[in-house]
Write a protein of this length. Structure first.
Length: 436
């Protein structure tokens, strides 16, 4: 079949890498893609949020499946657009409709969903500018640190964790009254701070049945030791060693099953991924899982370590998602560990320059025992691969053990260079210390 994948980052390159391996995929288009995705299919210069343009392309090129990578088109309602547009309603769209996408598009909606379906999460209060005084009073009932979340999408910048009550009050006023995050912070969710270890659990569901994909852990801070500013992600590892059978049984029973049942009970049609951001909180028998957030797509850079471990035909899985019979399939996952490290532009996540030529990607130069996923790349007028974003290149390796996978990744990324490139040197080290 002909398939259109929407998106341009490392997540989409990893997804394109697996989709292109499917015997069911005849032609793959990626919109807009990057300099790496062109090795998997045909890049199309098209905005994923321009639904009329996307729909026209689908009709012109006989596209039978659209896989939505990023959250913005989902929150804006691309699945609903296809369902309601003559000639497009039969196209398989892998991604939830606008209502389901509110699990990511509105923190308040997600917290209310969790409360309604008894899904473990931090206690919270949602406030607006009109109820600012109530919000400040609620802050006084909590202990530091304080968690403030803009209700809407804020490009990954809408979550603040502050150490003092004075700072929390000031930030809350700035979010609500001064529109620090624009419309995204017209509502703010104030949350209890949970202490533990973060991890990501990914679910592929047809709305009734599901597969739990490999676990992963990503690293958000720019600096070693989890220091500095938050980023879109500096690397990830899969699996997470403490997410053993006992822990995952808790995750499935307490979170995944009630989430999927909740979608059914609330009459929310959902065909796609659910990213469950978890905090594993220490308890007497190991860890208890609490939901920090839902996302309605795969994570980035977690996809770059999760998707290479999936041995099943992902297009076959997607087809069964659309048909509503995912339970008739088997998910096969490699026993190997995967480790990915993101190389970024100098200055990221602040200001940075684009257009630097990237060396070490030639056919005779690229690593043979690692996978190179492009994130922020394009080609210049000479046809050279150049930087086109803050997060630029991700190197992923699979090996029998996590230390071996990390070693291979770090050895191979040394051969890929451009002016000012940098990366974290401690990805996965915190979990390796826990294993000792």
């Amino acid at each position: 079949m002909n398939i259109l994948l929407l998106g341009s980052g490392g997540r989409e390159h990893a997804m394109a890498y697996k989709i292109a391996q499917s015997t069911l995929c005849e032609r793959l288009y990626i919109a807009p893609g990057n300099a790496g995705t062109e090795s998997c299919g045909t890049n199309v210069n098209m905005d994923p949020c321009d639904f009329a343009q996307v729909g026209g392309f689908v009709l012109k090129h006989g596209i039978q499946m659209v896989v939505v990578g990023p959250e913005a088109p989902l929150v804006a309602g691309i699945a609903d657009y296809f369902a309601e547009t003559p000639g497009l309603s039969g196209v398989m769209v892998i991604g939830p409709g606008k209502t389901g996408a509110r699990l990511e598009g509105s923190k308040d909606f997600a917290k209310d969903f969790m409360a309604r379906h008894n899904i473990p999460t931090a206690t919270y209060r949602t406030v607006t500018a009109e109820t600012l005084d109530d919000g400040i009073a609620y802050l006084h009932t909590l202990q530091a640190p304080y968690v403030l979340k803009a209700d809407g999408l804020a490009a990954g910048k809408g979550v603040l964790i502050v150490d003092t009550l004075e700072e929390a009050e000031r930030e809350l006023r700035e979010m609500l009254v001064e529109a620090k995050f624009g419309k995204a912070s017209e509502k703010v969710v104030i949350e209890q701070y949970l202490s533990g270890v973060e991890l990501s659990v990914f679910v592929l569901t047809d709305g009734k049945h599901y597969h739990i994909l490999p676990t992963a852990k990503d690293y958000k801070r720019i600096g070693d030791g989890d220091t500095g500013l938050n980023t879109g992600g500096m690397g990830s590892i899969s699996p997470v060693h403490f997410a053993d059978k006992a822990f995952m049984r808790k995750v499935e029973d307490r979170i995944v099953v009630p989430t999927v049942k909740g979608l059914v009970q609330d009459h929310i049609s959902y065909k796609g991924f659910i990213f469950v951001g978890l905090m594993a909180v220490p308890c007497d028998d190991g860890y208890d899982p609490y939901v920090i957030e839902y996302n309605v797509r795969m994570g980035d850079p977690e996809t770059e370590s999760v998707f290479p471990r999936i041995e099943s035909d992902v297009v076959d899985l997607f087809t069964h998602v659309w048909n509503g019979d995912l339970h008739r399939t088997t998910l096969v996952v490699s026993r190997n560990a995967a480790a990915c490290v993101m190389m970024v532009a100098k200055g990221y996540p602040g200001s940075y320059k684009k257009g630097h030529v990237i060396h070490g990607l030639g056919e005779d130069e690229a690593p043979k025992d690692s996978i190179v996923f492009h994130a922020g790349t394009t080609r210049n007028e000479k046809g050279e691969v150049v930087t086109n974003g803050g997060r630029v290149i991700c190197v992923t390796s699979l090996a029998e053990s996590m230390p071996s996978a990390l070693l291979r990744t770090y050895q191979n990324l040394e051969n890929i260079t451009w002016e000012g490139r940098t990366y974290r040197r401690d990805i996965g080290q915190d979990l390796l210390k826990m294993m000792m």
